[in-house]
Design a protein around this ligand. Structure first.
Ligand SMILES: C[S@@+](CC[C@H](N)C(=O)[O-])C[C@H]1O[C@@H](n2cnc3c(N)ncnc32)[C@H](O)[C@@H]1O
Length: 278
């Protein structure tokens, strides 16, 4: 095993670099697509999700609440926070409310760099490149753990002397502790100036009862290409070292700056927060 592989890796899933295209195993991007009602998924993805929902039905609510959090966070960043540059890691298959659409609806000049390592996201990347004229978007086919390469390619579109919002929505639980996600996030934050933002959502250890979590991770070991690591609220807070959290701080995704009159439909298993770099 090299330092770039997670313990237990025997199928190449945790090697750094683009994922293989494999329809016999569930992929995170395609499972998420199925959760959100999309059509870019295969039988293995649907079977894994169906099994996961049987174990923990609120996963459906979680995925939808996560996507809604992404929308509210980007509206906050482009609106109140005045951010015009975004680096989005773990973009997923394009769907309603892609980040550049949300940001450019508020600030048409917004520039967005998308990053993912799944070939199915690359295959659909054209939908992410459909920027309006005033702004720009770019897609980088890369593994988050190849952080240095991502930062140097992103510099072709983003000006790293000006504030950037770094968004890591529902991706860090796919990075095992062995690959040191804390150093990856620290490296991303180091690359952006003071006044930049970090937004994260991540599978929360305390948000799902231990028995369900063990069953879920056991199912994932059998069915899925990627494996997941839940993290405690305290661990998620560590990602935000060097930032000040904007209100309401670190909360489940469905509680972050809810639109008036919304909410109360369920409980997610994802922590989230948005922090401003000091
Ligand atoms: C659940 S989707 C989230 C999509 C979107 N960020 C959202 O929250 O709506 C997570 C994405 O992260 C990608 N991903 C997971 N591990 C990655 C890695 N090491 N490098 C790049 N992308 C990764 C997956 O391929 C998938 O498309």
């Amino acid at each position: 095993m090299t330092s770039n592989e997670a313990p237990g890796a025997d199928d190449g899933a945790s090697k750094v670099g683009p994922l293989p295209f494999d329809v016999t195993k569930a992929h995170q991007a395609r499972m998420y697509d199925y959760y959100l009602g999309g059509k870019d998924n295969y039988a293995a993805d649907r079977a894994a999700v169906d099994e996961h929902i049987k174990i923990y039905p609120d996963l459906v609510f979680t995925m939808r609440a996560n996507r809604a959090f992404l929308g509210r966070a980007v509206r906050y960043l482009a609106g109140e926070a005045g951010i015009r540059q975004f680096l989005d890691l773990g973009t997923g298959i394009p769907t309603a409310g892609n980040l550049h659409e949300v940001a450019q609806a508020i600030a048409p000049e917004s520039r967005v760099v998308y990053v993912d390592y799944d070939p199915i996201v690359l295959a659909h990347a054209r939908a992410l490149l459909d920027s309006n004229e005033a702004g720009a978007t770019e897609y980088i086919d890369a593994d988050l753990r190849d952080t240095g390469t991502i930062l140097s390619q992103a510099a072709n579109l983003l000006d790293f002397t000006k504030p950037v919002a770094v968004t890591l929505m529902s991706i860090l639980h796919a990075i095992p502790d062995a690959d040191d996600p804390f150093s990856i996030v620290a490296m991303l934050l180091d690359a952006v100036p003071s006044g930049s933002y970090l937004a994260i959502s991540q599978f929360g250890e305390e948000l799902m009862p231990a028995k369900a979590r063990e069953a879920l991770l056991g199912s994932t070991r059998r069915t899925s290409l990627q494996q997941y690591t839940s993290r405690t609220r305290e661990q998620v807070a560590r990602f935000f070292d060097g930032t000040d959290l904007v209100e309401p701080g670190l909360v489940p995704v469905e509680e972050w700056r809810l639109d008036p009159g919304a909410g109360g439909e369920g409980k997610s298993v994802y922590w989230c927060a948005v922090g401003r770099k000091r």
